[in-house]
Design a protein around this ligand. Structure first.
Ligand code: PLP
Length: 401
């Protein structure tokens, strides 16, 4: 299958059409060997030596993600965090990096503690503003600009093309956490980014049953120093994915297009519905015209605005937590991108310093019936609202006998 001409749906469904020549199997075997034979003349012509660095179990999943992103090379990692941190670990002490104030919480936490401790000069800025990016870039010192779009948990949008131009003009690379957009909705490398990162734990696998990460580098930059250092980080630090997990990821990837399309359509319907609900103060979703970043999202996202949104519940933190407690279909759990819909009070997870308002519930829309999801959230909102009305009446004085 030609990865340059095949439709992404075809690439995903057939996992690039690879079959196993030796056995004629349509579905690949799982390779578990930790070590590889050396040739008689002491060479390693297979290119594989030891499984911390080389594993044929990765080849097909890496090729599929690389094809979907239109990249030069992809690398699987043991988690999204292992993938993301490899990009930063490939930098040198003293390097200046820009990252967003609003971003995936664990990575932000790592950046302001470990990365800073290693001597990286990490500056968190408002990535929705090209002016702020321009002002923060230090030509020659800034080595990396890290963005996430749409970004957890407010779903703010960063203009990838504009940010790539600014970063490159200052001599910095642009890396994009595109976990929420998936390669189907946005292809950051085609908009000028140098590296794309996915928590494959989320949509790429899509079944909430494995932890994995992936990086893809743009075509033409495979031999760059920066990417070769990233490769070394994986091989030497050892954030290596297991063979079974790589196989499961490949299985998940085959339905990526169906799952993402369904989640996007339902998320749009749910966002539009609750934007009109009296118990909801605000819906944050880049697909809504009134939301910040909609114009940029409409330009750089194709086929949908993603399956993630947040709602701000009238009545504040207590009401938001009560609503999450009352949903039946929406599961109260962290993470995103699975077939089942999840609801989470984000401020409770992130703690002090979070940009998440206390009344915010993050919703990961799965592939259930959208009407069922709307009905379940509606009953939770109404029950919470009715109870708080009843409490107000009680506290206003003794009930008449
Ligand atoms: C989950 C997630 C990560 C981290 O991935 P893990 O596989 O959990 O390590 C990074 N970025 C985003 C946007 C995520 O949702």
């Amino acid at each position: 299958m030609d990865r340059h001409t095949a439709h992404p749906d075809t690439i995903a469904a057939q996992a690039l059409g690879w079959t196993d020549e030796r056995t004629r199997a349509v579905i690949p075997p799982i390779h578990v060997s930790t070590t590889y034979l050396r040739d008689e003349d002491n060479q390693y012509r297979s290119g594989r030596v030891y499984a911390r660095a080389d594993n044929p179990a990765f080849d097909q999943a890496e090729a599929v993600v690389n094809a979907l992103e239109g990249g030069g090379q992809a690398l699987l990692f043991a988690s999204g965090m292992a993938a993301a941190t490899a990009v930063f670990q490939a930098l040198a002490p003293g390097d200046h990096v820009l990252a967003p104030k609003v971003m995936y919480w664990s990575l932000r936490n790592w950046l302001v503690t470990f990365a800073t401790g290693w001597g990286l000069d990490v500056e968190l800025i408002d990535m929705t503003s090209p002016e702020a990016v321009r002002a923060a870039l230090q030509p020659g010192r800034t080595k990396l600009v890290w963005i996430e779009t749409p970004a957890n948990p407010l779903w703010t949008v960063t203009d990838i093309e504009a940010t790539a131009q600014l970063a490159h003009a200052a001599g910095a690379l642009l890396a994009v956490d595109s976990t929420v957009a998936t390669p189907l909705l946005t292809q950051p490398l085609q908009l000028g980014a140098d590296i794309v990162m996915h928590a494959a734990t989320k949509y790429l696998n899509g079944h909430s049953d494995l932890v994995a990460g992936v990086l893809v580098v743009r075509e033409g930059a495979v031999e760059s120093d920066a990417w070769q250092r990233v490769r070394k980080v994986r091989a030497q630090v050892g954030g290596t994915l297991g063979s079974f997990e790589a196989w499961l990821l490949l299985r998940g990837l085959r339905t990526l297009h169906l799952r993402v399309r369904a989640a996007c359509a339902s998320a749009m319907q749910i966002a539009a519905h609750f934007a009109q609900d009296a118990d909801v103060a605000e819906v944050l979703y880049p697909g809504l015209p009134q939301c910040h970043g909609h114009a940029v999202a409409a330009r750089q996202m194709h086929g949908g605005f993603g399956g993630m949104l947040s709602i701000r519940v009238r009545g504040g933190e207590a009401a938001a937590i009560a609503v999450a407690a009352r949903t039946q279909l929406w599961k109260r759990a962290t993470s995103l991108g699975g077939t089942e819909s999840l609801i989470e009070h984000r401020a409770s997870v992130e703690g002090p310093g979070t940009p998440a308002p206390p009344d915010l519930l993050r919703l990961s829309v799965g592939i259930e019936d959208a009407g069922d999801l709307i009905a379940d959230l509606t009953q939770a909102l109404r029950a919470t609202h009715d109870q708080s009305d009843a409490e107000k009446t009680r506290s206003a004085g003794p009930a008449p006998r």
